[in-house]
Design a protein. Structure first.
Length: 452
């Protein structure tokens, strides 16, 4: 953001007497073009990608870091910068190609595993970057998309680097599965795994150690989804470099919060001591720090004050669970599941077993009690919410309730889920919208073909 834009934002804030000037600059799901304090890691990644500047493919690389360390922000920023610097358009980039040139072309593709849970969606995500033509969202089969990808990369001088983010989270696209889907174009594609741990059976060629942080999460949850088969031989071939992203140090996190606050908040809304305390509380986790900052700004806006007070910060911190998950884990769910979570936040779950919580949510929505209960167990398996045992005096099965594991204030502010059910109630229609399928699953159903 240039100086004129900064001045315009401050002036607008004072004219409107607002606390929050631009919530995108505060949001923990929005990445900055240049991540604060991550220069050394970016240099390491550029070293790994060095072959592309000679028209060659690099070796596979895993980008590994603890929660809130900015692995996603680093990769997306790097890929976007390569697009801006070397690309012919915002949809593709060329390492040595300009208009009219015939040199080799390399596309950099970021795939969010949270939002790509099928072969159809994966091919669609890759083609949306490397294809010069719009990619259909329906009315076409998975095989057709795979053929388009193969055709697009058929020339020997066309290549792609594909990053698979969040590959190690429950119910997301596994790195091994992505490699299988890219097998038809394996000679033209290099892959990058981004997450808290390396892919299963990864054999590091060498480990890049930044700031003394070691490799994280050697053990991954096994992929048991029958739709994502992976052979033993394919897993044995997983070998490449590892770039480790350390947790933010205290002064770096202060810089991150200050940078976001300077562009997202009006002048004088948040004092430096509050920034310092927030950085100490977040303990190296930028997501938690930004979630608390965003939540505090929302609370201050609701109370019509001109500053973020300690009470706002305390409420916002309390809404960020200890050892919780990224709010985007909840925002990546289907709209119906997000509706359930919105109601869950409003329902008093204290000392209430899951069956009672499900009944309370069903009363507020158009979903049946059974569907809500099934969703709650499913979301607990995914780790988005947590089952908490309740006290019992009997000898039977111990009851449990559920609690959110994501920042609730941020989720409520950013979710697009609609919870107003008046129109359905008035017509007497009780429906389980999207109750049995996720958005990506629906997309595959529309193709009338197998996604694998």
């Amino acid at each position: 953001m240039n100086l004129q834009e900064r001045i315009a934002r401050r002036r607008s804030a004072h004219q409107g007497r607002t606390v929050m000037v631009d919530r995108d600059h505060l949001s923990p799901i929005v990445h900055r073009p240049e991540p604060i304090g991550r220069g050394p890691v970016l240099e390491q990644l550029l070293d790994e990608l060095e072959p592309v500047f000679d028209g060659d493919l690099p070796e596979p690389v895993a980008v590994v870091g603890p929660p809130g360390s900015g692995t996603s922000a680093i990769v997306t920023a790097l890929f976007d910068a390569l697009n801006d610097r070397l690309g012919e358009s915002s949809r593709s980039i060329a390492t040595t190609t300009r208009a009219g040139s015939t040199g080799p072309v390399t596309w950099f593709v970021y795939v969010d595993g949270r939002r790509v849970e099928s072969a159809f969606a994966f091919y669609q995500a890759v083609l949306s970057v490397i294809s010069a033509e719009p990619v259909p969202e329906s009315g076409i089969g998975t095989d057709d998309l795979r053929d388009r990808l193969t055709t697009r990369l058929a020339r020997h001088d066309r290549r792609a680097i594909v990053a698979i983010d969040h590959h190690d989270e429950p119910e997301t696209l596994r790195y091994e599965r992505a490699r299988e889907l890219l097998e038809p174009v394996s000679d033209s594609v290099a892959t990058m795994a981004v997450g808290q741990s390396t892919p299963e059976n990864w054999q590091p060629a060498h480990v890049e150690n930044n700031g003394g942080a070691g490799q994280i999460g050697a053990e991954n949850e096994a992929d048991t989804d029958e739709d994502y088969p992976t052979t033993r031989d394919n897993r044995a071939q997983l070998r490449g470099s590892v770039v480790t992203v350390p947790a933010y140090r205290h002064h770096e996190l202060v810089d991150v919060i200050t940078d976001r606050a300077s562009t997202g908040l009006a002048a004088g809304v948040l004092d430096h001591e509050s920034v310092r305390e927030l950085a100490i509380w977040a303990d190296g986790n930028a997501h938690d720090a930004l979630a608390a900052l965003f939540g505090a700004a929302c609370r201050a806006t609701e109370t019509s004050t001109t500053r973020i007070e300690d009470t706002h910060l305390e409420a916002a911190r309390n809404a960020v669970p200890d050892d919780g998950v990224h709010v985007d884990r909840a925002l990546a769910l289907s709209e119906t599941r997000q509706q359930v979570l919105v109601h869950l936040v409003d329902v008093d779950t204290d000392s209430r077993p899951i069956r009672e919580v499900a009944a309370a949510i069903a009363e507020r929505s158009t979903l049946t009690n059974g569907t809500v209960k099934r969703f709650l167990y499913e979301l607990a398996d995914r780790g988005v919410i947590e089952r908490v045992p309740l006290p019992t005096t009997g000898s039977g099965r111990r009851p449990s309730t559920v609690e959110p594991r994501f920042p609730t204030l941020v989720f409520e502010a950013l979710t697009s889920a609609v919870t107003d059910t008046a129109s359905d109630t008035e017509t007497g229609e009780i429906t389980d919208r999207d109750a049995g399928t996720d958005t990506n699953e629906e997309a595959d159903t529309n193709t009338n073909t197998s996604t694998n």
